[in-house]
Structure formats: structure tokens, C-alpha cells
Design a protein around this ligand. Structure first.
Ligand code: B12
Length: 86
């Protein structure tokens, strides 16, 4: 979590993507996003999540902005968020 916050402060990304393959990852994704909130940085970037076990219910649970099922969707979400998709 600390590493995420340090790297986000260093790189100031438009999008942060979290990948989780185990159901165990749901809680750490939620806690990571809550930590962004506590740091006052949550509104500075969009958050997408993905991985085999991730669906809309997990997106709601973690408060991510979106989830994607594969790398193509990840790129499409970035294009929409950055306004480069027609
Ligand atoms: C390889 C693998 C491992 C390897 C991992 C090697 C490594 N260094 O990464 C090893 C052998 C270490 C492993 C260990 C374990 N594994 Co394992 N593993 C897998 C396996 C076979 C493939 C996962 C993988 O890498 N896929 C390749 C990626 C590229 O494909 P993908 O997951 O489909 O990802 C795509 C999408 O999900 C999406 N996506 C992924 N991330 C993101 C992110 C964003 C933002 C977006 C938009 C999209 C996106 O895009 C990708 C490309 O299309 C899966 C089964 C499966 N078929 O998924 C089980 C699986 C993930 N493992 C599982 C389990 C249980 C474990 C262990 C707990 C087993 C144990 N008892 O020790 C440990 C946990 C280790 C740990 N601490 O994390 C379970 C998880 C079940 C669950 N409910 O949580 C699975 C689902 C197998 C199963 N059916 O039971 N595992």
C-alpha cells in the first residue's frame, strides 16, 4: 500500500490498475483504495481492477471505477477515461 502511494506521488498517473487473481485479493484491493482516500489522492486518477475472480460485485465492494476482463478492455477503459476514444 505504501509503495502504491509513493509511486503514485512520484509518477502522478491518470489511471491506476490493480490485478488480483485470488479471492483473497478483494480485501487488499478495497484497503488499497481506502488508503488512497485517506491520503486525499482518490480523485486524482481513475482506478480499474481485473483478474480471473473479478466481476461487478467485486468492483462495487472495492469502490474501483471499473473492472475489465482482459488487456484489451484495460486499454479501452484508458482510452475512454483519457478522452482518446471516438
Ligand atoms: C499460474 C497460476 C499460479 C502460479 C502463479 C505464478 C506467478 N508467478 O504468477 C502459482 C503456481 C504460484 C500459483 C499459486 C497459487 N494459486 Co494459482 N493459479 C494460476 C493460474 C493457473 C493462472 C493465473 C495466471 O497467471 N493467468 C494468466 C493471466 C494473464 O490470465 P488471467 O488470469 O486470465 O488474466 C486476464 C484477465 O483476468 C485480465 N486481467 C488480469 N488482471 C487484470 C487487471 C486489470 C486492471 C484488467 C482490466 C484486466 C486484468 O486480463 C488478463 C489477460 O486477458 C490460475 C487459474 C487460471 N486459469 O486463471 C490459478 C489460480 C489463480 N490459483 C489459485 C490458487 C488457489 C492458488 C494458491 C492459493 C494455491 C495454494 N493453495 O497455494 C496459490 C497462491 C499463491 C499466491 N500467494 O498468490 C486459484 C484462485 C482461486 C480463488 N478463488 O482465489 C486459481 C483461480 C486456480 C483455481 N481454479 O483454483 N498459481
Amino acid at each position: 500500500m505504501k509503495t502504491f502511494i509513493e509511486e503514485i506521488n512520484a509518477y502522478e498517473p491518470d489511471v491506476v490498475a490493480l490485478s488480483g487473481f485470488l479471492t483473497l485479493a478483494f480485501d487488499s484491493m478495497k484497503e488499497t483504495i481506502e488508503a488512497f482516500d485517506k491520503e486525499g489522492m482518490r480523485s486524482k486518477f481513475k482506478i480499474m481492477i481485473g483478474g480471473g475472480q473479478i466481476d461487478e460485485a467485486v468492483r462495487t465492494y472495492t469502490s474501483a471505477d471499473a473492472f475489465g476482463i482482459n488487456a484489451v478492455e484495460a486499454v479501452n477503459l484508458c482510452k475512454i477515461w483519457l478522452g482518446v476514444k471516438s
